[in-house]
Design a binder for this molecule. Structure first.
Ligand SMILES: Cc1cc2nc3c(=O)[nH]c(=O)nc-3n(C[C@H](O)[C@H](O)[C@H](O)COP(=O)(O)OP(=O)(O)OC[C@H]3O[C@@H](n4cnc5c(N)ncnc54)[C@H](O)[C@@H]3O)c2cc1C
Length: 285
């Protein structure tokens, strides 16, 4: 690994100022499970690393029924998995944590780091897109809030501006739903593997028809995406199998996967059809 200077700021303001001064050669260190891999393989050329872990009070998960959930920048995947409130109010987030990496990685890795790394295959963005989360970003000029979908600019490219840090993820109060929702990740191995494709779904079923449907897709476009045409198609339709299959087919046309060492484009499209069907079907039982 190339030599670098390690900075230990004591406040977010100090960290933002250091990041901005870094002129593109500085990065934030949270759990380090993505950053250190990139640094060791020389995929990034950094001279400064800014460790957030010396800043107190960033590792919280809090929930208030009228406000929803707030997750701090240093809250780890293990905290998410252990949270009773995540299990009760945001079960798809829990499902995504259950199939995230391994215990050791989950103990180190943060949800905020998962978002900022901006891998199209990441586990975190899918439930956050289904629950329509927002991210609070702090920079030297102040704070701003952006919807989770706007955090992603391309493959492993987030939309943060120079000197900006993701400080909090806010998930609105849980929508009224008829089931827990579903997170379907297809990977070659059961642990320590990014998904070849992933699909999450939430639905509210009334009188055997879809009143609300949300679908989010991972690893099949340069960024995680919502399958809005499939959502529109299914809303108001009955929960019959044929219609769910048709909705899943529409979702598979909304994605734009690549072929790589892990799977071909065609295989990923087939996976989206099947995983979307399974995810929505789970919402109906
Ligand atoms: C063996 C292994 C298995 C894995 N399996 C999975 C998996 O199944 N699913 C999955 O989604 N991921 C997986 N990952 C990837 C990784 O663990 C996650 O993306 C993790 O959540 C990253 O969080 P972190 O805190 O370690 O981020 P870091 O590595 O500390 O940071 C990641 C990036 O985000 C930036 N960053 C971090 N926090 C902030 C912030 N608050 N504001 C601004 N920028 C920030 C950093 O500068 C860096 O560029 C795996 C990684 C490994 C090594």
């Amino acid at each position: 690994m190339k030599a670098f200077d390690l900075y230990e700021p004591e406040s977010i303001e100090e960290a933002c100022a250091m990041l901005e001064k870094g002129n593109g050669e500085a990065r934030i260190l949270a759990g380090g499970t993505d950053l250190l891999v990139e640094m060791k393989s020389r995929l990034v050329n950094l001279t400064k690393v800014i460790n957030l872990k010396g800043i107190d009070g960033l590792d919280y998960i809090s929930f208030k029924p009228k406000e929803g959930m707030r997750i701090g920048a240093l809250a780890t995947w293990s905290q998410i998995l252990d949270s009773d409130e995540v299990a009760t109010y945001y079960p798809v987030l829990k499902q995504s944590a259950q199939v995230m990496a391994s215990v050791q990685i989950r103990n180190m890795a943060t949800l905020a780091g998962n978002i900022c790394h901006a891998s199209p295959a990441a586990n975190g963005p899918i439930p956050l897109m289904l629950y329509e989360a927002e991210c609070t970003i702090q920079g030297t000029a102040g704070k701003r809030t952006v919807p989770i979908e706007k955090m992603f600019a391309g493959v492993q490219r987030n939309s943060l501006k120079p000197g900006e840090i993701l400080v909090e993820i806010h998930i609105p109060p849980p929508p009224e739903l008829s089931s827990e929702g579903s997170y379907q990740k297809f990977a070659t191995r059961k642990a320590m593997d990014l998904g070849i494709a992933g699909v999450g779904a939430l639905a509210k079923v009334k009188n055997r028809s879809f009143d609300v449907v949300r679908i989010a897709l991972a690893a099949v476009a340069p960024t995680p995406i919502r399958a809005r045409k499939a959502e529109e198609f299914l809303t108001g339709k009955s929960t019959e199998d044929d219609l769910i299959r048709e909705g899943a087919q529409i979702a598979s046309k909304e994605c734009n996967p690549i072929s790589d060492v892990r799977a071909s484009k065609e295989y990923r499209i087939e996976l989206v059809k099947e995983l979307t069907y399974r995810a929505i079907k789970k919402c109906t039982v």
